[in-house]
Write a protein that binds this ligand. Structure first.
Ligand SMILES: NC(=O)c1ccc[n+]([C@@H]2O[C@H](COP(=O)([O-])OP(=O)(O)OC[C@H]3O[C@@H](n4cnc5c(N)ncnc54)[C@H](OP(=O)(O)O)[C@@H]3O)[C@@H](O)[C@H]2O)c1
Length: 278
């Protein structure tokens, strides 16, 4: 595969597709002139056009011209989208790789649906679970392949995503649960950052300063877990001097059931992912 020569398509150019697109641009992983995005409202694809990508409101144009196609619509639109793919090009000879970011939707379901609608087409499916921090090059992207994906396609896909995320191949059985943590998790953390900043604002710190320091502190704490190799419980103990201020805060967090609540949040998001897939 001449990887710079292939056409990369996106069906649906919303939040998550745009985050991936921005990551591709930022890491110069593929020329925007060889990217085509489709969506029902061209006015919502203005950013893509401004950045040099091609836009269309006909999903079938993406299938007609692209080799790797990201599916970036909401789960409830999937069936309509699959049905809308074929335009005038009834026989497509080249192999297509569909890259689905749809929460909960299993590779097997996608394969069946594509096969049923387009029996002649040669295709493979890669399922990814990206997250929006990919926009700024600090994302996580889980992926799993259907076993028919060639190594050159996987290599190209990884090159598209590598500049914006830590990539990890995981068994499909982890996509809903680990995916809940990595893809929904940023929203949990924004809440934490906002609330911590509120705490400092309550003590008289200016809002912008509080927010910036809360975010930096969360980044630094994550780096400590990753780089020190120490268990987070031990790192917590190292901050808590006996009778000190940190342990007083920790006691409040325990009283508010922070840990139990976070565990329940991941569980609730996992269940919702599973429901969406059904
Ligand atoms: N957001 C995340 O953090 C995240 C993380 C991981 C996975 N995902 C998955 O990514 C997918 C998209 O989520 P999102 O948050 O990006 O949603 P979103 O911002 O609502 O984007 C959905 C896009 O699909 C377009 N669309 C609607 N109907 C269409 C059709 N028939 N054909 C082509 N495009 C169509 C919409 O266009 P208009 O706006 O013009 O109607 C919109 O641009 C979901 O399946 C979600 O599970 C999201």
């Amino acid at each position: 595969m001449d990887s710079d020569n292939i056409n990369v398509g996106f069906i649906g150019g919303g939040n998550m597709s745009t985050a991936i697109f921005k990551g591709i641009l930022k890491s110069d992983a593929h020329p925007p002139s060889k990217i085509l995005v489709s969506g029902p409202h061209l006015e919502n694809l203005k950013y893509w056009k401004e950045m040099g990508a091609n836009i269309t409101n006909i999903n079938g144009n993406v299938l007609d011209t692209c080799d790797i196609i990201f599916l970036g619509v909401k789960v409830n639109k999937l069936d309509d989208v699959i049905r809308s793919l074929l335009t005038n090009n009834k026989s497509i000879e080249r192999p297509i790789t569909f890259v689905s970011m749809l929460a909960g939707v299993k590779t097997e379901k996608l394969q069946k649906s594509i096969k049923m609608n387009y029996p002649g087409i040669k295709f493979s499916v890669i399922r990814i679970m990206p997250n929006t921090p990919m926009t700024v090059g600090s994302g996580i992207c889980l992926y799993t392949t259907d076993g028919t994906v060639t190594s050159s396609v996987t290599t190209k896909l990884l090159s598209l995503l590598r500049g914006s995320s830590v990539l990890e191949k995981v068994p499909e059985s982890y996509m809903d649960s680990l995916g809940a943590l990595t893809a929904c998790g940023p929203a949990y953390m924004y809440l934490v950052i906002e609330a911590l900043a509120d705490g400092a604002v309550k003590q008289g710190v200016p809002r912008a300063m509080a927010m910036r320091h809360a975010a930096e502190m969360v980044v630094g704490s994550g780096q400590m877990v990753l780089k020190s190799g120490k268990h987070p419980g031990l790192l917590k103990d190292e901050v808590c001097s006996p009778g000190g201020s940190t342990i007083c805060g920790i006691a409040e967090l325990e009283d508010g059931k922070l840990r139990a609540t976070l565990i329940k949040a991941v569980e609730a998001s996992t269940k919702k992912n599973q429901e969406l897939g059904n």
